[in-house]
Design a protein around this ligand. Structure first.
Ligand SMILES: [Zn+2]
Ligand SMILES: [Zn+2]
Length: 320
């Protein structure tokens, strides 16, 4: 199982500005003082070992889109944020060479705009031999149609030639496929959102974004902990810090890094992936939050086994 992150930003896509790029170059050059950078290998190892990720890289700015590659001939993707555009382009050669069929299984958390905005730019949807299979707990077809209606967009849904099939799943339902299954769970969010638990052989990946888990709703939190039970990887909405989540941004529909760690500990999860990053946060701020989250995990760890805490960035891949 391979998990590929095509869009990891929440609410609104963002792009780095010139001053941010310049700032990274300046920091890298200052850090290189006195270092031996006389050949390409030394430069690569300097970038890898001496520079912070906020200097050597970026979390990127595309909105939610995560691919789950089971190594079989179908595509599985969660959400259609702006990251879907690049996922679509990357998938076309795989269909052309026959390593994948043209079947795309798309699981939608909810139809908020940041989770569907990539669809009008999804190249595989224009290929008549492809088939798109949408799954979720909302009326996905209506949301996609409305997004491409006048005066919002020039290309209506009907102009996209791939076949479309919409499956409305119900809370707690498990859909079985030849060698994998997926279970859907309702989450607290404005207009509801849905999380998905994917199981393939003995591996489990849970995609759970746009959910506000509140400490006063113990029953709801317990049910969600069971949903994540013993997962290898949990991709979790950590948009806010704890301070934000319980003050100004209470009821905005998102969770915090500390709630994520606490729930993953209780669910015996192996790896937590921080996801749906706040658009106003810079790379340096996200790195800082990631460090604080790892430190928090260490402090509150209930047993011996550590929970791995990763921070998603556009282009990241995890082998499960
Ligand atoms: Zn969102
Ligand atoms: Zn939302």
């Amino acid at each position: 199982m391979l998990v590929r992150f095509w869009g990891t930003r929440g609410s609104l896509p963002v792009a780095m500005r010139a001053d941010a790029v310049r700032g990274k170059i300046a920091k890298a050059l200052k850090a290189s003082r006195g270092k031996d950078l006389s050949d390409d290998t030394k430069i690569d190892s300097f970038i890898e070992s001496d520079l912070d990720f906020s200097v050597s890289g970026t979390f990127g700015g595309a909105s939610s889109c995560v691919e789950i590659d089971l190594g079989n001939d179908e595509f599985i993707v969660c959400d259609m944020g702006s990251g879907l555009r690049e996922f679509g382009l990357s998938s076309l050669p795989k269909v052309a060479t026959g390593s994948k069929s043209g079947r795309y299984n798309i699981f939608l958390s909810h139809p908020h705009w940041d989770h569907i905005m990539g669809f009008p730019f999804f190249a595989p949807a224009f290929v008549p031999t492809n088939s798109l299979h949408f799954y979720g707990g909302h009326d996905i077809e209506a949301a996609l149609r409305r997004q491409q209606e006048d005066p919002s967009f020039p290309v209506p849904l009907e102009w996209m030639g791939a076949s479309r099939e919409f499956t409305l799943m119900t809370e707690g339902e498990t859909a079985g496929f030849p060698d994998w299954s997926v279970t859907m769970k309702k989450q607290p969010h404005h207009g509801d959102s849905f999380g998905y638990r994917f199981e393939h052989r003995d591996k489990v990946v849970v995609y759970t974004t746009d959910a506000e888990h509140k400490l006063e709703d113990m029953e709801g939190m317990d049910a969600h902990i069971e949903f994540m039970r013993d997962a290898d990887v949990v991709i979790f909405d950590t948009m806010y810090s704890m301070a934000d989540a319980i003050s100004v941004k209470q009821d905005w529909g998102h969770s915090s890094n500390t709630v994520a760690v606490d729930m993953c500990h209780q669910a015996n999860v192996k790896q937590l992936v921080m996801f749906h990053h706040e658009p106003v946060h810079s790379d340096a701020m996200i790195v800082q939050t990631h460090r604080e989250t790892m430190r928090y995990e260490e402090l509150v760890r209930p047993g011996e086994a550590a929970l791995t805490v990763s921070c998603a960035y556009d282009g990241m891949e995890i082998t499960v």
